[in-house]
Design a protein. Structure first.
Length: 556
């Protein structure tokens, strides 16, 4: 059985149980396995009426929803290649991807999205809304005949997922059936180890957009196992939605975990001096224990905090929470240790869209803070020139859509060149240390990986949104700092944070000047990718004058 047949079998088996939910306006709407299959069947019938056939392409442009998932499965069940797109991306960028993918149909979440991209496309591009796709669903639709998925071969394409485009034009990553057949058992195995034997379904919360490879893999994994997934529909209400979902685990990006950590620490500071002192002593004790520098009182401080303080913090994160899963970028080791101290392990994974989202995954019973786990089964990883991570295995993509030259550059002799720099220890646990294309080379010849310094500055500025260092062919580093308009920082606060970030760094890695302002980089202004990564070259061009001014007037 392929991955899709396994999902359909599971949905039939749990026909009367809830499998997928949406949280809207403080309420949870659920569909059972039978109802979800009926939605899939409705979408399949629409696609046939629209004249789509196996190996045709269809773009799916909508926020997360039950209907998004149903249409995604319907397309795959018909053998149609799905092109998932990010609803918040700039319309011109979306139109560019649609033109590149040349789909036979574009399915939009609503009329607003449809109109936004329609203005950038030719009149010949067929567009419909999800409302139109599911117009024929009815109360009795659960009784309609449900068909098996169309037979698919291992090399049949399943999806074209566009990369974020941090260093150039987005490219369509073609993933095939064989990739998914390998990946889902790997992710299921890790979740089995986390949850252990149980009769109750896994409770999963999901807020990351489903057009991202890692987010999509989690959804498919959960649909293939005994679980119920609650989809967030309002990122401004994540805290309230988490309480309603009460999950066992959910996928995160480092930014959110950093913000939650900062919020908890701020709340502790506002409590009594005794509580704040206990928390600080326990936190420092935990760090010393990790670095094997423990003092005699350290286990006592942790034990007291675990008895009187940590349980209430854990409860605020979620009463059923067994772990947090984190990907997309390296997580600061201090943050991973922070959650571990509270009794909530953070499981990390590393991968790219080109590797079907994953190359490594933490074993829930053998987490090594600061690292992203072991290579998943049958996946080989080694270090090439300049510590570049090379990957080979059944998770590696078949190529970029209509870009043979770009494919040839990254797929060489069976090895995928990731562009990421890493290191691996004797136990086989990997650590990601930077990205080759993002290295800053000063005119002194010093090579600097910007991410660790950017992360250090961000940790000193909890109100900041993003930080980008600049310094190519210059004599020193400067920083661009983006803050939320509602949380404005003073120049003195940024100066203090820069001084903290510079502490202990060699002179050539120190930030000598900075520029800051509200909402400098956003997805809407085209300076962030769809998953929130910096478009460094575009940012440098956009803030050319501000950068030049920083070099004319060095702060220190």
């Amino acid at each position: 059985m392929n991955f899709l047949e396994i999902i359909f079998e599971r949905l039939r088996r749990d026909g009367e149980e809830p499998v997928l939910q949406e949280i809207r306006d403080g309420k949870i709407d659920s569909v059972s396995g039978r109802e979800f299959l009926a939605l899939i069947q409705t979408a399949r019938e629409f696609l046939r009426q629209a004249g789509l056939h196996k190996r045709d392409r269809c773009a799916l442009l909508a926020p997360n929803s039950i209907r998004w998932a149903a249409l995604d499965l319907a397309l795959m069940a018909e053998g149609i290649v799905v092109i998932p797109l990010y609803a918040r991306q700039a319309p011109a960028e979306l139109a560019g991807m649609i033109k590149d993918g040349s789909p036979s149909l574009v399915c939009c979440g609503d009329e607003i999205l449809l109109d936004a991209v329609k203005n950038h496309l030719s009149e010949a591009t067929p567009l419909v809304t999800l409302e139109t796709v599911f117009a024929n669903i009815s109360a009795s639709s659960g009784n309609r005949a449900l068909e098996n998925p169309t037979p698919l071969a291992g090399d049949d394409p399943v999806t074209i997922i566009y990369t974020s485009g941090t260093s150039g034009e987005p490219k369509g990553v073609v993933l095939i059936v064989r990739n998914l057949n390998h990946m889902l058992p790997c992710t299921n195995d890790r979740l089995d180890r986390l949850m252990g034997p149980r009769q109750e379904p896994d409770r999963v919360f999901h807020y990351l957009p489903l057009n991202f490879a890692g987010s999509w893999i989690i959804l498919l994994t959960c649909l293939s196992r005994h679980s119920v997934v609650a989809l967030s529909t309002d990122l401004t209400k994540l805290g309230d939605e988490l309480k309603l979902a009460a999950p066992n685990y959910f996928l995160n990006v480092p930014t959110l975990l950093e913000r939650v950590r900062a919020k908890i620490e701020d709340q502790i500071k506002q409590r009594s001096s005794m509580a704040a002192s206990l928390f600080d002593k326990a936190r420092k004790a935990g760090l010393r224990l990790h670095h094997e520098e423990a003092k005699p009182m350290d286990p006592i401080w942790i034990a007291v905090a675990n008895a009187f303080m940590f349980p209430s913090i854990r409860k605020s994160l979620g009463p059923n929470l067994k772990a947090l899963i984190c990907g997309s970028a390296p997580l600061a080791i201090e943050t991973q240790l922070f959650y571990a101290m509270l009794g909530v392990p953070v499981l990390q994974g590393y991968g790219l869209t080109e590797t079907t989202a994953l190359c490594t995954l933490d074993d829930p019973h053998a987490v090594e803070p600061g690292r992203v786990g072991l290579a998943i089964p049958e996946v080989q990883m080694l270090l090439g020139e300049n510590q570049e991570i090379l990957v080979r295995g059944p998770n590696v993509f078949s190529g970029y859509w209509n870009k043979p030259e770009a494919t040839a550059r990254v797929l060489q002799d069976g090895w995928f060149h990731t562009g990421d720099q890493g290191e691996v220890n004797a136990a086989g646990n990997w650590r990601i240390i930077g990205r080759l294309k993002e290295l800053i080379i000063l005119n002194s010849g010093h090579n600097i990986a910007p991410e660790p310094i950017e992360d250090k500055l961000l940790r000193s500025l909890p109100r900041a949104q993003q930080v980008m260092l600049y310094g190519d062919d210059r004599s020193y580093l400067v920083a661009l700092v983006s803050v939320a308009a509602s949380n404005a920082l003073t120049r003195e606060q940024v100066e203090t944070a820069v001084a903290q970030a510079n502490a202990g760094l060699p002179h050539y890695k120190q930030i000598r000047n900075f520029y800051f302002g509200p909402n400098l980089f956003t997805i809407e202004n085209g300076l962030l990718t769809a998953n929130g990564k910096l478009k460094r070259s575009m940012i440098a061009a956009h803030f050319h004058e501000a950068i030049e001014d920083m070099y004319r007037k060095p702060q220190s």
